[in-house]
Design a protein around this ligand. Structure first.
Ligand SMILES: Nc1ncnc2c1ncn2[C@@H]1O[C@H](COP(=O)(O)OP(=O)(O)OP(=O)(O)O)[C@@H](O)[C@H]1O
Length: 261
C-alpha cells in the first residue's frame, strides 16, 4: 500500500482546524491533531490552555465554532444515528478524579455504559463487570464496594474498568495519575501500557505527570497558544525552542527523571 495511504488508515482520531470559543474567549484556534492506532499519546500544556476543552469537544460534550473531527475515519457530523452509536461504543473515557457515581457500587458503575448501550441479561453484565475488575487489577471484592470505600488508586482503576466496559478501541484519560503517590502512579502507567499491548488500545492521555510522559507515552503533543505547538517524541520536545516547553521538559523535575536508570 502507498505509505501515505497506510499512514492515513492508521489515524484513529483526526482533528482539523478546530476552533472552540466561549463568547469572546477563543480557547482553541484552528487546532490540528492526529492520533495513530495503538499509540499512547500524552497531551500536555499549561493549566487553563484548553486540554479538557479539546477532550470534551472531541467527545461532543462541548460545541465547536468550526473545524472537522473524524473518528475512525468517520465524520461525526455526517454520520447516521446508527454510525454515531457504533462510534460512541468504540470510545472509553476516564474523567478527571474518576467521576464514579457515588451511590452505585463499582460493579454497578461499570454496568452503567452496558445498560445505556446494550441489552444484556443481568447475569451476563455481572460476569462482564467481574472480567473488567480483574483486567484493571482490582480484587474481586471491590465489585460490591462504593467509591467512598476505595483508595484513590482503586477509584482510578474502577473508573478505568468503567471506561473499558464496552471494549473501546480508543480511550481518553484525563489526568489519570493525578492525586496518586509515585508508586501508585507508576503502577497505573504500567497498567495502561499493558492494556494497550494486550487489547490493542489507542490512548489519549491528558497529563501533567512527567513520569508518565517519559515512561509510557509514545508521542507527546503540547498545547499552547491555542494550538498544538509541537508533537513528537521526548527528543522532539527537548529540541523544541519555546520557553514553556523548555522549562517543562528540561526543568529540574524533568532532568531528575531523565537521569533515572
Ligand atoms: N464550559 C465552559 N464555559 C466557559 N469557559 C470555559 C468552559 N470550560 C472551559 N472554559 C475555559 O476554557 C479555558 C481552558 O480550560 P480547560 O479546563 O480546558 O484547561 P486545561 O488545560 O484542561 O487546564 P487544567 O490543566 O488546569 O485542567 C479556561 O479559560 C476555562 O475558563
Amino acid at each position: 500500500m502507498d505509505p501515505a495511504l497506510e499512514k492515513q488508515d492508521d489515524v484513529v482520531l483526526s482533528v482539523k482546524d478546530l476552533t472552540v470559543a466561549f463568547g469572546s474567549n477563543v480557547v482553541l484556534d484552528r487546532l490540528n491533531l492526529d492520533i495513530h492506532r495503538g499509540e499512547i499519546l500524552g497531551f500536555v500544556g499549561a493549566s487553563g490552555t484548553g486540554k479538557s476543552v479539546l477532550m470534551r469537544t472531541v467527545l461532543r460534550l462541548l460545541p465547536r465554532r468550526s473545524g472537522n473531527i473524524r473518528i475512525f475515519g468517520t465524520d461525526f457530523d455526517k454520520a447516521t444515528q446508527a454510525q454515531r452509536l457504533a462510534l460512541d461504543m468504540k470510545l472509553g473515557v476516564l474523567f478527571q478524579h474518576g467521576a464514579l457515581f457515588s451511590s452505585l457500587t463499582v460493579k454497578e458503575n461499570i454496568q452503567v455504559p452496558m445498560r445505556e448501550y446494550l441489552d444484556l441479561p443481568q447475569a451476563m453484565m455481572d460476569e462482564l463487570a467481574k472480567l473488567k475488575i480483574e483486567l484493571v487489577g482490582l480484587a474481586p471484592e471491590a465489585a460490591d464496594k462504593f467509591p467512598s470505600e476505595l483508595s484513590g488508586g482503586m477509584i482510578k482503576r474502577a473508573a478505568l474498568a468503567r471506561a473499558l466496559a464496552l471494549d473501546p478501541a480508543l480511550v481518553f484519560l484525563d489526568e489519570p495519575t493525578s492525586g496518586l503517590d509515585p508508586i501508585g502512579a507508576a503502577e497505573f502507567d504500567e497498567l495502561i501500557a499493558k492494556l494497550r499491548d494486550t487489547l490493542g488500545l489507542t490512548v489519549y492521555m491528558v497529563t501533567h505527570d512527567l513520569d508518565s510522559l517519559f515512561s509510557v507515552c509514545d508521542r507527546i503533543a503540547v498545547l499552547g497558544k491555542k494550538k498544538v505547538m509541537v508533537e513528537g517524541t521526548i527528543e522532539d520536545m527537548l529540541a523544541f525552542d519555546d520557553p514553556w516547553v523548555q522549562s517543562y521538559f528540561q526543568g529540574k523535575r524533568a532532568r531528575s527523571i531523565v537521569r533515572k536508570p
